[in-house]
Design a protein around this ligand. Structure first.
Ligand code: NIG
Ligand code: FE
Length: 411
């Protein structure tokens, strides 16, 4: 089955095969072909070229009518599975309570954990599937999903089973599973944090090891220490599971340092980092993943994305889609926040949500760019939105015309 997309005003993100990730200044440019066609064969990108020279034959043709095409978004940090909602805490926030104060009042992650443990697997699956379909319609083609609202062995396993079912039932989107047992200390272990960490390492990790692609720890003030994080990362390593760490959201936690020392694939959040962390990251294989949606929703400072790029880091941007700190999985909005609030240039933002997002899930060989051989996962924009700056600045306009994931249009 061949699909031809013709009359593309700008085919963006045509990175050469083998581009694993973009670091520092390399993030400043997006390779494009103007006035282009794109040929898909089955699930993969076959070829592309200029409309001046279009001889490709196909079973089906889409006329982009002068719309822009970009690679599908690669959202490398989400907590997509949860029960109920936390709109009550939203009111607390409006009244001025901080994220930490809400957590101390029994809200926050433990609130979601109570609800998740009370919900059935089917209820969780149905809600997660609805969210997954929503983000696919907004252009997400690859997504990382964390556990971390169970905080009991059974709850964490239940979340892992839901991720497995989503992987099986929705193969059109690529899913990676991250075990986040150390998101907070489970209620049963209140006041016994050390024992909870032992439980994560000795009981939970062995139970999820075959289904977890990554392991994560919330290494921050009031959550898990650098030493605990190090133990959990090393325990994951024994099973060949690489780490992605929540670091430096609430404080200069040392999370970046331990993530880099333990060769984490990414350290995420980074609202509180300075020159030292940027220098360390720039010399490492660890990706700096930033989550502007959480800063927007919680009213926190934004992570210094511009400085990190200037300093030579590989910066990825993700949605952090979750009920408490970022109740939006919209990657177009993430790009808009990156430009409006973090002052990234549109090209830097696009690279951060595509090729570098793919890298932050270990998916660069198959996703993140318009490259022959990779999955045919891309977004076609409406002709009236003729450029990347237009798409990003018009942050509430429904500029997406079609989303194609693995060669098939998302309905
Ligand atoms: O990435 N920071 C820790 N975890 C999530 C928030 C989870 C929650 O509040 O439910 C985050 O922002
Ligand atoms: Fe998160």
């Amino acid at each position: 089955m061949k699909l031809l997309v013709k009359n593309i005003s700008s085919l963006m993100g045509i990175h050469p095969a083998g581009t694993a990730r973009l670091q520092g200044e390399a993030m400043n440019a997006v390779p494009c072909l103007e006035n282009a066609w794109l040929l898909v064969e089955d699930e993969r990108i076959k070829d592309f070229g200029s409309m001046d020279n279009c001889h490709a034959e196909a079973d089906e043709v889409i006329d982009a009518g002068g719309g822009v095409v970009i690679p599908a978004f690669c959202d490398s940090h989400t907590h997509l599975i949860w029960a109920g909602d936390r709109s009550g805490e939203f009111i607390d926030k409006i009244k001025g309570l901080s994220y930490e104060e809400i957590a101390a009042n029994g809200g926050g992650i433990l609130n979601s954990s109570d609800r998740l443990n009370a919900a059935t697997e089917d209820e969780l699956y149905t809600a997660a599937l609805r969210r997954l379909r929503q983000v696919m319609a907004m252009g997400t083609g690859a997504i990382e999903i964390k556990t971390g609202y169970g905080l009991t062995l059974e709850g964490e396993l239940k979340m892992m089973r839901v991720i497995k079912r989503l992987k099986r039932d929705v193969p059109q989107v690529e899913i990676r599973a991250t075990f986040l047992g150390a998101h907070a200390v489970g209620r049963e272990f209140a006041g016994r944090q050390g024992e909870y960490v032992d439980h994560v390492i000795s009981d939970m990790l062995p139970a999820v090891k075959d289904d977890a692609d990554f392991v994560d720890v919330f290494c921050d003030k009031g959550f898990f220490t650098v030493e605990e994080t190090d133990r959990i990362i090393k325990a994951g390593e024994k099973y060949g599971i690489r780490a992605k760490i929540h670091a430096n959201e609430l404080d200069f936690s040392g999370g970046v340092q331990i993530g880099v020392a333990d060769n984490a694939l990414s350290v995420d959040h980074l609202e509180r980092i300075g020159r030292e962390e940027i220098a360390l990251l720039s010399q490492s294989d660890t990706i700096a993943t930033m989550l502007p949606g959480a800063s927007f929703f919680l009213g926190m400072p934004y992570a210094p994305a511009k400085e990190a790029i200037k300093g030579g880091c590989a910066v990825a941007l993700a949605s952090d889609y979750n009920p408490g700190s970022s109740p939006s999985g919209s990657m177009p909005f993430v790009m808009s926040l990156a430009c409006i609030k973090m002052k990234l240039l549109p090209e830097q933002a696009l690279n951060a949500v595509t090729i570098n997002g793919a890298a932050a899930m270990g998916l660069s060989d198959d996703f993140g760019s318009i490259t022959p051989g990779k999955y045919a996962s891309f977004v076609i924009f409406k002709p009236y939105a003729p450029s990347l700056p237009y798409i990003i600045h018009a942050y509430t306009e429904p500029t997406i015309s079609k989303v194609i994931l693995k060669g098939v249009e998302v309905s």
